[in-house]
Design a protein around this ligand. Structure first.
Ligand code: URP
Ligand code: ZN
Ligand code: ZN
Length: 468
């Protein structure tokens, strides 16, 4: 394996920034050295590569802990495979994804897990872990949760939305949480009141209101707030850690703030689409609004400021993408004439690191906070620290060389995700991922993908390292 020196850059961690050379031996970081020091120079003499990072930020590879590659939804599959999706992730500075295996009703957890592992194996450009979606809580699946925790699948997602598909009752949720309280797993919750939403959807369709805009109008933020509050109370009774996924609404954030102020192990993530886009996008003419259909939906613009505030106060601790792309042509179009049939989900795995950097550019967050929410906290939350999420001796050499001053315009014509549109089309941003290392291998070099399919390995994770 090769030795690489990354010299002259500013190494950023969640706790500070320092001028340092990063010494990489094989798959690991072996040391940080004073720039140009004797130790750095003698290491460089035997090195096979030197990356000049002058004027650049050197940051840990991002962890996107919420992606859906090849996910079945609404009669189709999300359009990125593990191959295309992890390659796009690498281009965007993300060197670890955590995707979701799905247990279908009547199946064992094992069937869903093995099925997704088979899809990912040999295809990923960067490392990957899996969460498990539990949609059939019963004695058998509760026992299986313990086995999966031992195998490094330490987080389980449940749904308060999508009745008849992935939905669990409060009783089932409570049982899964009780199991997690014993085996140490983290319960991830899709918190929307799906039973109430389905009533509103049926009433809306009956009135002949079928356009994409009604997707958002039938899923009011109050019902995300209500479900979030309910999930928090169930977790309190069961005594398990709780992680609210894709939080979008001020009402939900308020519930999380209350729980955290009370000292509970309640955490939440949001996603770039909820920080940058509003429900106005669903009002686009014709069927264009379908491009922005996801659940929970994009919210009225005033929620965005609340989410940025939550990111500053750490009531939102992680930014993931919920990357779940469906092409506009033929996939989103399945919902023409009935918004409830539009596959739910947006693309974004390639854009997350660079988009959240706009918070630094605008003075909303520090560069250290950026690293914390895109890499360090996700690693700790899902049991991968310090192997991932930090540039430190012994950590995997997952490293991004970032040009903080570059300007670029996001477009489907230049992105690498396997989807025919971008929700950020035409948005000009500052900063660019330049070079990316995954376990010591250069996978992106000056904007070119030089990695390979199959390089990415499955990550067995420990339990939550972020508990209070
Ligand atoms: O619209 C979304 N979020 N699609 C992906 C599935 C989920 O609920 O995360
Ligand atoms: Zn969800
Ligand atoms: Zn999701």
């Amino acid at each position: 394996m090769s030795r690489i020196v990354i010299s002259g850059g500013t190494v950023v961690s969640a706790t500070g920034s320092v001028a340092a050379d990063v010494l990489v031996d094989g798959e690991r970081i072996v040391a940080l050295a004073a720039p140009g020091s004797e130790i750095a120079e003698s290491f460089a003499l035997g090195a096979s590569g030197r990356i000049d990072a002058s004027g650049r930020l050197v940051v840990p590879g991002g962890l996107d802990v919420h992606t859906h590659m090849e996910m079945p939804f609404g009669g189709t599959y999300s359009s990125d495979t593990f191959e295309t999706g992890t390659r796009a992730a690498a281009w965007g500075g993300t060197t670890t994804i955590i995707d979701f295996a799905i247990q279908r009703r009547g199946e064992a957890l094992r069937e869903g897990l093995d099925g997704l592992l088979a899809k990912a194996e040999g295809n990923c450009a960067v490392d990957y872990g899996l969460h498990m979606i539990v949609s059939d809580v019963n004695d058998q699946s509760l026992k299986e949760m313990d086995v999966l925790v031992d195998e490094g699948v330490t987080s389980f997602k449940l749904f308060m939305a999508y009745p008849g598909v992935l939905y669990s009752t409060d009783g089932e949720i409570l049982r899964a949480m009780q199991q997690a309280a014993v085996n140490g797993a983290t319960i991830m919750m899709h918190a929307e009141n799906g039973i109430a939403i389905d009533v509103i959807v049926a009433e809306t369709l009956a009135r002949g209101e079928t356009d994409p805009r009604f997707h958002a109008r039938t899923r009011p933020s109050a019902l995300e707030g209500e479900a979030t509050h309910r999930a928090i109370e169930l977790a309190r009774v069961a005594g398990s850690p709780l992680y609210i996924v894709h939080l979008t609404a001020a009402e939900a954030l308020e519930a999380v703030v209350g729980a955290r102020d009370a000292g509970r192990n309640v955490f939440a993530e949001t996603c770039p689409q909820y920080l940058f886009l509003s429900d106005a996008e669903l009002e686009r003419p014709g069927f264009e609004g379908a491009k922005f259909v996801c659940s929970p939906p994009l919210r009225p613009a005033w929620h965005l400021g609340e989410l940025w505030r939550g990111l500053k106060t750490n009531d939102l601790s992680v930014v993931s993408t919920d990357h779940c792309p469906f092409c506009y042509k033929e996939q989103k179009e399945l919902g023409r004439g009935d918004f409830s049939k539009i596959p739910n989900g947006l693309p974004g795995v390639e854009n997350r690191v660079e988009l959240i950097y706009q918070g630094v550019v605008r003075g909303e967050i520090s560069v250290e906070r950026w690293v914390e929410v895109i890499a360090t906290t996700p690693a700790r939350m899902f049991g991968l620290y310090p192997r991932k999420g930090v540039i430190a001796p012994g950590s995997d050499a997952d490293i991004v060389i970032y040009d903080p001053g570059a300007r670029q315009t996001i477009s489907a014509s230049t992105h690498h995700m396997n989807v025919d549109y971008s929700v950020y089309e035409g948005m000009t941003i500052t900063g660019r991922v330049e070079t990316v290392l995954s376990r010591g291998a250069i996978v992106v070099e000056k904007g070119q993908f030089v990695g390979e399919k199959g390089h990415g390995r499955f990550l067995e994770r420990s339990t939550n390292q972020y508990l209070i």
